[in-house]
Design a protein around this ligand. Structure first.
Ligand code: AMP
Ligand code: MN
Ligand code: MN
Ligand code: MN
Length: 277
């Protein structure tokens, strides 16, 4: 059992719990250090911080930023960022503008396949917050085009499928720069999820470190047990700090829960080793 959970989502991006509800659930599950890391936004942090103060747990200000690296989408988590950093906010704003444009484009492409009103439908789920493919997934499930969110990401919204639009996110060094400029630490999110060969992963780590990145997620809700150990080896050999995060999006996905992460494998240096919370 791990009292750290440094990767979670709320309704400010594509999670289904409000920031306050997320914090309450985390506290109940025994989490003592919770990072809220919504995609490309810090809009949920104030509400989360207020609730965390009430419950006497530490809220780590974070966000999970979308990066395009070598034509692939990579996620970089920023931890302990100053959300008032104008460089960070300007960067996030550009990403959100791309998200709005992309959402309309996704809808246009779905319409070519006979699926109408997807933009309005996805907006209903996004409720005025940032819009993501997850909101389109909920719309497609609701209207019976597929039976589950998982199935959406097999049949729609991905390469060579209806509704696919390629990501045009920010550059890796730019994003690491925003995070560092905001006083935070940059962490490669769920590195085992990108299906990179060992050589490519080492290249990513190398580019990331050159930009000033410090950590990788070793323990992640989207890693298998074997992957914890592979990523722990990379962390040790590449002298990166190790992070742990569930990537919780809501109670609908019962296989990923708050407060259930195992400890980091032995020999890892935790990203929190010098935090003074
Ligand atoms: P976006 O950042 O808008 O492109 O949306 C990416 C989000 O879609 C991820 O953060 C996940 O929450 C969700 N997602 C991507 N692939 C899958 C999948 N195979 N199953 C469930 N959710 C997924
Ligand atoms: Mn997500
Ligand atoms: Mn991610
Ligand atoms: Mn995430």
């Amino acid at each position: 059992m791990n009292v750290f959970d440094l990767h979670t989502h709320s309704t400010a991006s594509d999670g289904t719990l409000s920031p306050a509800d997320l914090v309450r659930r985390a506290a109940k599950a025994g989490v003592q250090f919770l990072a809220l890391t919504d995609h490309d936004t810090t809009a949920g942090l104030q509400e989360a911080r207020d609730e965390a103060e009430q419950l006497n747990i530490s809220l780590i200000a974070g966000c999970e930023i979308s990066v395009t690296w070598n034509n692939r989408t990579i996620h970089v988590v920023g931890l302990n960022v100053d959300q008032n950093s104008s460089e960070l906010q300007n960067g996030l704003q550009k990403l959100c503008e791309f998200r709005d444009w992309r959402a309309r484009e996704i809808a246009r492409r779905l319409a070519q396949h006979g699926i109408d009103n997807a933009f309005e439908g996805a907006c209903e789920f996004a409720k005025g917050n940032l819009i993501s493919r997850t909101h389109f997934a909920h719309f497609l499930v609701k209207h019976g085009y597929v039976s589950s969110v998982r199935e959406v990401f097999k049949k729609f919204l991905i390469k060579n499928r209806p509704g696919y639009v390629s990501g045009q996110w920010a550059a890796l060094d730019e994003v690491v720069g925003w995070i560092k400029n905001a006083g935070g630490q940059a962490v490669i999110a769920h590195p085992a999820r990108y299906n990179l060969t060992r050589t490519k992963l080492l290249k990513l780590i190398n580019d990331f470190k050159d930009a000033g990145g410090e950590g990788i997620e070793v323990v992640s809700g989207s890693h298998s047990r074997d992957e914890y150990f592979t990523m722990a080896e990379h962390a040790k050999q590449q002298e990166l700090l190790a992070s742990a995060g569930s990537d919780f999006h809501g109670p609908e996905n019962p296989w990923i829960e708050l407060g259930k992460l195992p400890e980091l494998p032995v020999g890892c240096r935790p990203i929190w080793h010098n935090w003074d919370h």
